[in-house]
Design a protein around this ligand. Structure first.
Ligand code: NAD
Length: 349
C-alpha cells in the first residue's frame, strides 16, 4: 500500500486529476490517497494558495499526484507550482513527448524527453518593480546600459544546480536506454549564466562516454524540433527554455491534452500534466484526461509498479488508436469521464 498526496488543483484540475486517480485504482495498485487542496480552493478556505498542511503532506508521503493550478498573470500571488518545486527542491522536471498512433499530426515518430532545470533561472521569483530601491541599485551598477524606468528580473544559474540537472539527464538516458543528450542554451548571448550551464554540461558529459552529447542554441532548437524532432532523444535545458520547448513538443504529438510530466527531487516527486488549469473549460467535463493519466502512470513507474504503469499506457494508446472515445482536442466529442471510463474498461480487458 502506497500513501500518496492527492491535490486536485483548480480550473480543469479536478476533472483530470480525479480521472487519473480512478485509473490508478483500476490498475489494481493499492494507494491510500491523502487529499489536500492548493490554488483557488485553498485561497477560499485558508486565504493562501499553498497551505502548510498540503506542503507537509507531500514532505511526509514523498509522492504527490497533482492537477494544474491557476497563477494570476502579470499580478497577484506567485505561482504555487514554482513555489512547490523550490520548497521541495524538485530540481528536475521530466516531460516525455512520445507520438501516439491515431492522433493526427505531421510527426508520427517523436520519442523524446525534455529534462528541464526546475528551480533557478528567471523562475527564481527575484523581481523588482520599476523605480524600487533595489531596481535603482541594480540599474546604477549597469553603467547606462539599462533604462531608469526598467523593472528587473534576475536570472540566477548556478554551477551546482546545472551540474545536478545535467547528471540527472545523463543518468535518465542510461537507465532508459536512450542514446543521446542535447544541451540547449543561449550561451552565445548569455555567456555567464547559460555559459555556466553549458560548461557544467560539457563537464558531466565526459563522465558518460557511452551517451552521445551535443549542443544547440535554443532558437535553432525550436526550428529543428518542428522540422526533424525524430533526431532528438533527451534534451537538457535551463528552466525557461524547458518550459517553452515542452509545450512545443506537446504540440508535436497532439497537444497539451496528451503531454504528461513529473517534478523530481532527491526527497520527493510530484506528478502532473504539462498543461495548466485551462480556466475556460472549468467544470465542463470536456478536456482530455490523457496527460494526467499518463502522469499517474509515470508515478507508478517511479514507485516501482512498472507493470501497472505499462498497462495504463497501453490502455491509453489503445483507446486513442481505436478513436471511438476521444475528447474534442483529438477530434472527438467524448467527455473527460467518457474517455476515462473507456481507458478503465481497456485496462480490465
Ligand atoms: P493551459 O495549459 O491551461 O491551456 C492552454 C490551452 O490548451 C487551453 O485553452 C486548451 O485549449 C488546451 N488544453 C490544456 N489542457 C488541455 C486538456 N487537458 N485537454 C484539451 N485541451 C487542453 O495554459 P494557459 O491558458 O496558458 O494557462 C492557464 C492557467 O494555468 C494559468 O494560470 C497558468 O499559470 C496555469 N498553469 C499551471 C500549470 C501547473 O499547474 N503546472 C502549468 C501551466 C499553466
Amino acid at each position: 500500500m502506497y500513501r500518496v498526496t492527492f491535490i486536485p488543483g483548480d480550473g480543469v484540475g479536478p476533472d483530470v486529476a480525479y480521472s487519473a486517480r480512478k485509473v490508478v485504482e483500476a490498475s489494481g495498485v493499492q494507494v491510500e490517497w491523502e487529499e489536500k487542496i492548493a490554488g483557488e480552493p485553498a485561497i477560499e478556505k485558508y486565504n493562501t494558495p499553498l497551505p502548510d498542511d498540503t506542503l507537509e503532506s507531500i514532505k511526509r508521503n514523498k509522492v504527490a499526484l497533482k492537477g494544474p493550478i491557476t497563477t494570476p498573470i502579470g499580478e497577484g500571488y506567485r505561482s504555487v507550482n514554482v513555489l512547490l518545486r523550490q520548497l521541495l527542491n524538485l530540481y528536475a522536471c521530466l516531460r516525455p513527448a512520445r507520438s501516439i498512433p491515431g492522433i493526427k499530426t505531421s510527426f508520427p515518430n517523436v520519442d523524446l524527453v525534455i529534462v528541464r532545470e526546475n528551480t533557478e533561472d528567471v523562475y527564481s521569483g527575484v523581481e523588482f518593480p520599476p523605480h524600487s530601491e533595489e531596481a535603482k541599485k541594480i540599474i546604477a551598477l549597469c553603467e547606462g546600459k539599462v533604462r531608469e524606468d526598467s523593472a528587473i528580473t534576475l536570472k540566477p544559474i548556478s554551477f551546482y544546480a546545472s551540474e545536478k540537472i545535467v547528471r540527472f539527464a545523463f543518468r535518465y538516458a542510461l537507465e532508459h536506454n536512450r542514446k543521446k543528450v542535447t544541451c540547449v542554451t543561449k550561451a552565445n548571448i548569455m555567456k555567464f549564466t547559460d555559459g555556466l550551464f553549458l560548461e557544467a554540461a560539457r563537464k558531466v558529459a565526459k563522465e558518460f562516454p557511452q551517451i552521445e552529447f551535443e549542443e544547440r542554441l535554443v532558437d535553432n532548437m525550436a526550428m529543428q524540433l518542428v522540422q526533424k524532432p525524430h533526431l532528438y532523444d533527451v534534451i537538457v535545458t535551463p528552466n525557461l527554455y524547458g518550459d517553452i520547448l515542452s509545450d512545443l513538443c506537446a504540440g508535436l504529438i497532439g497537444g497539451l491534452g496528451v503531454a504528461p510530466g513529473a517534478n523530481m527531487g532527491d526527497d520527493a516527486a510530484v506528478f502532473e500534466p504539462v498543461h495548466g488549469s485551462a480556466p475556460k473549460y472549468k467544470g465542463m467535463n470536456k478536456v482530455n484526461p490523457t496527460a494526467a493519466i499518463l502522469s499517474a502512470a509515470m508515478m507508478l513507474d517511479y514507485l516501482g509498479e512498472k507493470s501497472a504503469s505499462q498497462r495504463i499506457e497501453k490502455a491509453v494508446r489503445a483507446v486513442i488508436s481505436e478513436g471511438k472515445w476521444l475528447t474534442y482536442d483529438l477530434g472527438g466529442s467524448a467527455s473527460t469521464t467518457d474517455m476515462t471510463e473507456a481507458i478503465i474498461d481497456k485496462i480490465g480487458e
